[in-house]
Design a protein around this ligand. Structure first.
Ligand code: SF4
Length: 267
């Protein structure tokens, strides 16, 4: 007897995957969608709060998936080398494997919130039984539509959007310099833990989350980083005066981008 195809939608705690959950609830309320979140246990409290808000507003249950072993375990296995854009073992171990275990050998359709105005690919499982689909692309929905979906649903944006434009681990190496400075301000305890990860090696080595400087060196340049950020924000607001603040922030932070982040974590 053939098993039914499963419908899955991964929430990252970011705006696009959340808007996709809203969209799918509106357009296909009868679809037996399975919502999930791969928890690295290193996320911001704001992300966990946002997931609770999504569940309450949409009346859905979001399954929390976790890797069998912790981030610290995998860090030790990797000899203390912090993950980086070129060594994304964290995504593989903490986000992708738990999903693949959750699906097993079942046939599944995976709904992915890449927008029509984005030119990037989502995480596409190498597993042949997981078929990705892109409802925003198919329906030509762009960023303004996503923001409207979130506002109309009453969910809104995640609280961290005041200072950070992406979900993911508090120490994510995809953070921009301004976001690190703001992490130190908003969550000094988490910033201190990220510093610990750089320094705390038995042989005295130091690794850095960002290229070329330690977090403490970066924080020492805080005034300069904030001033640069404010200058870019003002320029962006002058160029596009009617943009919501969250969009201005995102555009400015994206300018600093060197490598596109992984969508398993940040969509
Ligand atoms: S959010 Fe960043 S640090 Fe966390 S698993 Fe994803 S890529 Fe790695």
């Amino acid at each position: 007897m053939s098993r039914q195809v499963r419908h899955i939608l991964g929430l990252s705690g970011g705006k696009d995957s959340t808007a996709l959950a809203v969209f799918m609830r509106q357009q296909h309320p009868d679809l037996p969608m399975e919502y999930f979140f791969c928890d690295t246990h290193k996320e911001l409290q704001e992300t966990y709060d946002y997931l609770d808000r999504i569940e309450a507003r949409l009346g859905i249950k979001i399954m929390r998936l976790s890797a069998d072993r912790s981030f610290d375990h995998w860090l030790a296995i990797h000899g203390g080398y912090l993950p980086s854009p070129r060594q994304r073992w964290c995504t593989e171990q903490m986000k992708i494997k738990p999903l693949e275990e959750f699906i097993g050998t079942d046939q599944a359709i995976s709904y992915i919130g890449i927008r029509a105005d984005e030119n990037r690919d989502g995480y596409i499982s190498t597993k042949k039984n997981i078929k990705p689909v892109y409802p925003f692309k198919e329906n030509n929905l762009v960023k303004a539509d996503i923001i409207r979906l979130l506002e109309d649903s009453g969910i809104g944006m995640p609280d961290y959007y005041r200072w950070r434009s992406r979900s993911g681990c508090y120490f994510c190496f995809f953070q921009r310099k301004y976001e690190w400075v703001m992490l130190a301000q908003e969550h000094p305890d988490l910033f201190a833990q990220a510093v610990e990860y750089e320094q705390n090696h038995s042989d005295g080595r130091t690794y850095t989350w960002t290229q070329g400087e330690t977090l403490l060196e970066l924080l020492a340049r805080k005034d300069e980083i904030i001033a640069d950020h404010e200058r870019l924000m003002a320029r962006e607001q002058r160029t596009k005066p009617n943009q919501p603040l969250a969009e201005v922030l995102e555009s400015v932070l994206d300018e600093e981008e060197e490598t596109l982040p992984c969508l398993a974590c940040h969509l």
